[in-house]
Design a protein around this ligand. Structure first.
Ligand SMILES: Nc1ncnc2c1ncn2[C@@H]1O[C@H](COP(=O)(O)OP(=O)(O)OP(=O)(O)O)[C@@H](O)[C@H]1O
Ligand SMILES: [Mg+2]
Length: 307
């Protein structure tokens, strides 16, 4: 069976994408699943330090530019069942990786002998990040309970869906339709992502079918990190509703992780954070989130106070 690919992104820097990638990966590995975490934040790579690996000999840069096979880039970690493909701190022009290379990369990783592949995306929303996010089976976003983080998420998702629409138009050779869509948009007759999708679908029954097929199963999993109050936890429901409303795409509020004041202590320790007693309360939250993502469920008001 092919492995499932999860991408962890969300636009803003420092929300906890790398921490979430390593935590979800560790949790799945502890459940006996074979997991590979991949640092796709080329240029700002630090996933290896969250699992306390020394910078490995090869990185993804070697895969893309030096033709080093992927299995040589992947190495074991201190956590059993968990393997890592590290990124590269050296400034690497990720933009130079074209879509074809990325598709080949996804075909490659899908065939790796494991159950789950978790991709830690960098901050920002350049085309590379967007395309990698779009290719994943599970699209996970991590935000902080702050307005700026939410705004960044909406901008990120706007780019995600605009890109998706463009890819659909391109794939199905809908050139004239694309021109019509652009004109309608320019003249203000259609607005927003929902407007665009609806207009496209109204063009013909055939197009409607294609668009629906392309968007079937497309969903976003939302994680709120570093929350400090019940009010902040509840905010996740609002963000979820806003995403669904703006983009017309199913969004699941997979859960939250409270701010854990012990984390900073472990930055310079040799032991992975997830192996310490201080991680236990967070572990419960990570467990709930992973369970929700796997079962396509979400947080509800009634189970809000777990952990
Ligand atoms: N729940 C939490 N409680 C306390 N500290 C946290 C929590 N989550 C993350 N942090 C801390 O916040 C910092 C940023 O986390 P992380 O590196 O995972 O963010 P990121 O989104 O990957 O950042 P970047 O966009 O730079 O890649 C780290 O020092 C991490 O230990
Ligand atoms: Mg990171």
């Amino acid at each position: 069976m092919e492995s499932k690919i999860w991408a962890i992104g969300g636009g803003k820097g420092g929300t906890g994408k790398t921490f979430v990638t390593s935590s979800l990966g560790t949790f799945l590995a502890r459940q006996g699943k074979k997991v590979i975490i991949i640092d796709a934040d080329l240029g700002g790579a630090n996933l290896h330090s969250f699992v306390k690996q020394k910078r490995p000999k090869y990185s993804l840069t070697d895969f893309f530019t030096n033709k080093i096979p992927l299995h040589q880039v992947i190495e074991k970690t201190q956590i059993s069942n968990l393997e890592l493909a590290a990124g590269d701190i050296h400034s690497f022009d990720y933009k130079s990786i074209n879509r074809g290379q990325k598709l080949r990369f996804f075909n490659h990783i899908r065939k790796l002998d494991c159950d789950y592949i978790l991709l830690d995306l960098g901050a920002g929303s350049n085309l590379n990040v967007i395309d990698t996010f779009l290719l994943a089976d599970n699209k996970v976003v991590v935000i902080l309970p702050e307005v700026t983080s939410e705004e960044n998420l909406y901008q990120f998702l706007k780019k995600v869906f605009s890109r998706k629409i463009n890819l659909i138009l391109h794939k199905h050779r809908l050139k004239d339709e694309n021109t019509e869509l652009q004109e309608k948009e320019k003249s203000g007759q259609i607005t927003g992502i929902v407007g665009k999708i609806e207009y496209l679908k109204s063009m013909s029954f055939e197009i409607e079918k294609k668009v629906e097929e392309e968007l079937a199963g497309f969903k976003i999993s939302l994680i709120l990190n570093q929350v400090r109050s019940e009010g902040q936890i509840k905010r996740g429901f609002t963000v979820r509703n806003l995403i669904t409303e703006y983009f017309g795409i199913e969004t699941k509020y997979s859960g939250y992780i409270k701010y854990n004041e012990n984390f900073w202590r472990f930055v310079n320790q040799a032991q992975p954070l997830s192996q310490t007693a201080e991680f236990n309360p967070t572990f419960t939250e990570v467990s709930a989130i992973t369970g929700n993502i796997l079962e396509n469920k979400q947080l509800t008001f009634t189970n809000m106070s777990h952990g």
